[in-house]
Every structure is written in structure tokens, then in C-alpha cells.
Design a protein around this ligand. Structure first.
Ligand code: ADP
Ligand code: MG
Length: 579
């Protein structure tokens, strides 16, 4: 039966490239048993690569059925298998550069490609379990050519030999490292279990003792070399114990709900703690150092983002009386300032259900965070009410917590429930000291008691005249006009959505998922605007982190993403319709 693949390739050897289309369909392999499904064949050697799947009956793999018992186990298993494949393909590529040997590399980077994961364990369409019956791997393959003709022999090396090796090594017991796999699954389960305990303990975040928070460098997400790390150690007053999935205890620092300041001298590790917290919405791989750091899954990192487009956002809690009478209940601009963009980012996060704001002074607009006494005296018609005056009201009226890194803005001491000071990376509780400082040097924060209601827009996404949006980088979605479209304004020739201020997007596959969902949302809103809340709900099954992704055959490279980031991307679309 597998011979048929060889026969087919032999028969088209030397023919025009288009003859590869003949491969479309299924081929059965025995020992190990799996089906090769050729779902898409590229039109020529330089077109986007062909797509194939290897579909394996679950029973054949010899893997224990317990991995099928929950979503998180399935996700972790598939994530693990994807990593094994990606690592093997990478190793073969490197190897080939040395030995020049067969069928792993090709034009544009690789004969084979599978979406290569980072530090987070996420749902991925690169490997998927269907019911309890099959598990499949999805690859892209560049089918080889000499000029415009088929290279049948080489294609057989790729599909008939190398692919079989990949499947064997990544899915079949005993080739698969069972211990590593088990650790991977357990690690994910533990994190999920810890995250689920946050609410009952009234916490927004938890950092286990011994965690390694700093990264190898500013350009790397892998952990810092252990020789240089000060492992995390909770202050006594904040120590809590949570349970792992297997029932054993973990102790660490619990950050209660409310307004929390992370402070300390420059370079003492404040931003590193906040960054670990902001990625605590995800599960991390074993050895990451942050695999016992968990955060309220609705937490959103907020930044200033001047230049972004804003469509009809109510930023009136923070900003009113703009010059020229510009409406701040329905604030719209093509080019927001630092403070208006940050106000919009906060309001949009709240609209999408955020219950914890994460803010770093380093990446904020100062005038949205504070306004000191001298400026209050000097400037009377300031349109901004800073967050320092609203953070308490936000917590009391809407139950939204704030964790903020503060190095230089002492006014914040007077509104904090908890002040954590970092001294050479070691956290200490400084709440009492902060209280006496506030008594000694009073500030004049005019805190308001009322926050107003949370925004709830209805959105309509109009992509008419645009071809399918797609992600070109982790932080950019391109919206290209259709060849037939009537858009002739050159500035619109290649519009896009800039996601670079969304610090909680960790992989390009997530941006691809957002681009894909954007099309769905455009269709769903074709007949009229839909409230953000219901967009969030109705897309839940598709994009909740613990749920499935769109799984039609064209997708092998999508990665799970929160609804929050999808709505954030939508909100940045220029030319959005809001009612
Ligand atoms: P801050 O925001 O307080 O100025 P950062 O969080 O940027 O400080 O950290 C400053 C430097 O210290 C960074 O290079 C970071 O990698 C390193 N660092 C942070 N935490 C630790 C730690 N626990 N052990 C060792 N180095 C750390
Ligand atoms: Mg910093």
C-alpha cells in the first residue's frame, strides 16, 4: 500500500511540477500504522508549501489512555509531540548543512516545517487529538523540483522515508521519552490547578518559592543561567500554600486582590517580577523557571501606545474637557497620545472582562499615572484625572485589581493596599513603612469614589475589499487589498494591525489565529454591529485558551490565544465601525 506512494512518485518523476497534484488524497502506511493525507499541493516550487497530515490511530501509539482524560492533558500531550517534531526537524537541518544529506531541507528554509513552540504550553493545530480515536500531526512540506520538473526520488525520500521517521520518533512508544512526556503533562496540570485556586484564596497572582524569573537576555525567553540567579523567595507575611494537581503543597508569595505596588531601586528586579506575572496567564514548560507562577487569567498588561487608532472608546473616567470639545465618552482618533492611548487600553481591557490591570511605570504615560501637587496648582484646566485617583474606585466599584511597578511616583503609596519592595531581587513587605512615609510627607491625591460604568461597545468589522488578513510577524497582521478591490488610496495598499503593545502575545501562531478569527468576526457582523461582550462569548469555544482552535485542514500553524487579545486586535483595526 505504501508502495503506491513510491509508484505515484516514480510515474510523475521528470514531469511538469503540476503533476504533483496527483498525490492529493490518502496513503496507508503499515508498521507503524498511520495514514498520510496529502491535503494541499503547491502550484510550483516557490508557492506556499504543500500541507500534509499523518493520522495515527490512538491505540497504535501505545500511549496511556489517561492522557485523553482532560483538555489540559490533551493540550500538553499535543504540545509535547509538536516540540519533539520541531526539535527533530531543526536538528536534521543543522545536520544537513554539515553532511549535505537527504530531504530535510529545501528552498525557503525547509522541506519540512512544523510550527515551532516557545516557552508556553498552548493548544496548537500542529498536533491534534480527534475524540479518543486518532492523533494527527500537521506539517508543511516543500516538494522538490529541478527547474519546473518533479523530482520523484527526492520527494519519496521526504514523504516516504523522513516523514515516517518523524512519526515513529514523535508518537510511538517506546521511542518517545515517556518520562519527559509525563513531566510535561504534569507541569501543565499543576499550573492549571494553581491558577484555579487563586480566586478562592482571594489572590490575583502567585509566585512559588524557588521560581527563576529573570530571562537569559533581553532577547531570549529561556531562563537565566542558574549561577547568576537569585531564586524567588516569598516574604513571610505573604506566604501562602496552594496545592499541585497531585495534591502536594507549593509555598510561595500570594498577591491579594486590591491595589499592589511593586517598588524598589532601579535594576533591583521590579519589571522582571511583573513580566513573570503577566505571562502567568499561560502554562510554562518544565525547566522554564516560571512553571509555578500563575496569574488571574483575565489579567492584562497595559501600556502607553501613542499613535494607535482608537474607535469610540469611553475614556471619560480619565479624560474630559479636551480642547475643541472633543467627545471623550466616544473617543475616536487615528493617532492617540501617550495618555489617551493608555486610557483607551485600560477601558478596552475592562470592556473585555479584565479583573487585574498590570502596569509598569517604565512603559506608561506619566501623566496618566499621577499628577502631583505642584502641577495641580499650576495647571487648572488639566483634562486628565490620573489612575492614582481612580485605582481605589476601580477596585471598590468593579472589583478590578491593579498591580503596578512604581520607581519614582511616590503619590501611589497613599492608595496602595500592599507595597512590596524589591531589594537585590528579594521581595519584602513595605506597607507599614509606606504608611508612615505618607504621614510624614502627605501628598494631595484627589481620589474619586466613583469610577463610572464600564464601556460596552458594539463592533462591526468590515473587511470588504481586503484579502484574507494574515500575520507576518508575532506582532503584525497584514490586511492586503484584494486584487479586484476598488481601494486605490496608496496609503491603504497594505494596511495592518499593529499588535506590538500586546505583551501577552507570545507566538506568531497566536497572531495567525487572531487574523483567522478576524475573518469569522467580519462575517458574523456583516449584518450589523455586535456587542463586544457577546463577541467574546460566542467566540469562546474557538479561542478560549483551554478550548479548541479552528481546525479545518488548511490550518496547521494556529496557536491558542485569549479572547482578550482578539478583542484588543479588533480595537486597533483602523476603520472599525462602532455603534
Ligand atoms: P527594574 O525594573 O527594577 O529596574 P529589572 O527587572 O529590569 O529591574 O531587572 C534588572 C536586571 O536584573 C535584569 O537584567 C534582570 O535580568 C536581572 N534580574 C532580575 N531578577 C533577577 C534575579 N532574581 N536574579 C538575578 N538577576 C535578576
Ligand atoms: Mg523596570
Amino acid at each position: 500500500i505504501w508502495d503506491r506512494l513510491q509508484d505515484d512518485l516514480r510515474s510523475i518523476d521528470g514531469q511538469q511540477y503540476g503533476a504533483y497534484k496527483r498525490l492529493l488524497g490518502k496513503y496507508e502506511h503499515s508498521s507503524p500504522t498511520f495514514t498520510l493525507s496529502v491535503d494541499h499541493v503547491q502550484g510550483d516550487a516557490y508557492a506556499s508549501p504543500s500541507r500534509v497530515r499523518a493520522v495515527i490511530p490512538w491505540q497504535e501509539t501505545g500511549l496511556p489512555d489517561e492522557y485523553l482524560q482532560s483538555d489540559i492533558r490533551r493540550i500538553a500531550l499535543c504540545d509535547f509531540v509538536t516540540r519533539i517534531c520541531a526539535a527533530m526537524i531543526r536538528a536534521k537541518h543543522l545536520d544537513q548543512n554539515v553532511s549535505g544529506g537527504g530531504g530535510w531541507s529545501g528552498p525557503k528554509g525547509g522541506a519540512f516545517n512544523i510550527n515551532s513552540p516557545g516557552q508556553e504550553i498552548l493548544p496548537r493545530t500542529s498536533a491534534m487529538i480527534d475524540g479518543n480515536d486518532t492523533i494527527e500531526l500537521r506539517f508543511t512540506v516543500s516538494l522538490p523540483a529541478a527547474g519546473r520538473t518533479v523530482l520523484g526520488q527526492q520527494a519519496y525520500q521526504i514523504l516516504g522515508v523522513n516523514l515516517v521517521e518523524l512519526v515513529k520518533k514523535s508518537l510511538f512508544y517506546p521511542n518517545l521519552d515517556q518520562e519527559q512526556l509525563q513531566l510535561h503533562v504534569q507541569t501543565a496540570e499543576n499550573q492549571q490547578s494553581l491558577r484555579h485556586q487563586l480566586a478562592e484564596h482571594n489572590l490575583t497572582a502567585f509566585i512559588a518559592d524557588g521560581s527563576v524569573l529573570p530571562r537569559a537576555s533581553g532577547a531570549s525567553e529561556t531562563p537565566m543561567d542558574s549561577a547568576n540567579v537569585v531564586p524567588f523567595k516569598s516574604p513571610k507575611d505573604l506566604k501562602v500554600e496552594l496545592l499541585r494537581a497531585d495534591g502536594t503543597n507549593v509555598s510561595g508569595m500570594g498577591v491579594p486582590r486590591g491595589v499592589t505596588l511593586l517598588t524598589g531601586g532601579g535594576f533591583h528586579g521590579k519589571s522582571t517580577v511583573l513580566e513573570a506575572i503577566q505571562l502567568g496567564v499561560y502554562n510554562h514548560v518544565p525547566g522554564d523557571g516560571r512553571e509555578l507562577v500563575v496569574t488571574d487569567p483575565t489579567a492584562v498588561k497595559i501600556r502607553a501606545e501613542d499613535g494607535r487608532s482608537v474607535t469610540s472608546v469611553d475614556i471619560s473616567p480619565f479624560i474630559s474637557n479636551l480642547p475643541g470639545g472633543k467627545d471623550t465618552h466616544h473617543f475616536t482618533t487615528n493617532d492617540a497620545s501617550g495618555s489617551t492611548s493608555m486610557a483607551a487600553n485600560i477601558q478596552e481591557a475592562l470592556e473585555a472582562g479584565c479583573k487585574t490591570l498590570l502596569i509598569d511605570e517604565d512603559s506608561s504615560a506619566t501623566n496618566l499615572l499621577v499628577r502631583d501637587q505642584r502641577m495641580q496648582s499650576l495647571i487648572h484646566n488639566e483634562p486628565i484625572t490620573p489612575l492614582v485617583a481612580k485605582a481605589r474606585a476601580l477596585y471598590e466599584c468593579h472589583g478590578v485589581s491593579t498591580i503596578i511597578v512604581i520607581g519614582g511616583l511616590g503619590d501611589w503609596l497613599s492608595v496602595a493596599d500592599l507595597v512590596i519592595g524589591l531589594d537585590s531581587y528579594v521581595p519584602r513587605v513595605l506597607t507599614k513603612e509606606a504608611k508612615s512615609v505618607v504621614e510624614k510627607y502627605p501628598s494631595n491625591v484627589q481620589a474619586t469614589l466613583d469610577y463610572g460604568s464600564l464601556p460596552n461597545r458594539s463592533l462591526q468589522v468590515d473587511l470588504r475589499g481586503l484579502r484574507a488578513p494574515y500575520a507576518t510577524r508575532k506582532h503584525f497582521i497584514v490586511l492586503k487589498p484584494d486584487a479586484k478591490s476598488t481601494v486605490d488610496d496608496p496609503s491603504e495598499a497594505e494596511a495592518g494591525i499593529d499588535l506590538s503593545s500586546l505583551d501577552q502575545i507570545v507566538e506568531i501562531g497566536q497572531a495567525r489565529t487572531i487574523a483567522k478569527l478576524l475573518q469569522g468576526i467580519a462575517q458574523r457582523t456583516a449584518d450589523g454591529a455586535v456587542p463586544v461582550v457577546s463577541l467574546m462569548k460566542s467566540e469562546a469555544d474557538a479561542i478560549g485558551i483551554e478550548h479548541c482552535l479552528p481546525t479545518t485542514l488548511e490550518h496547521g500553524d494556529l496557536v491558542g490565544v485569549r479572547r482578550t487579545e482578539v478583542v484588543a486586535a479588533l480595537s486597533r483595526l483602523r476603520g472599525l465601525n462602532v455603534s
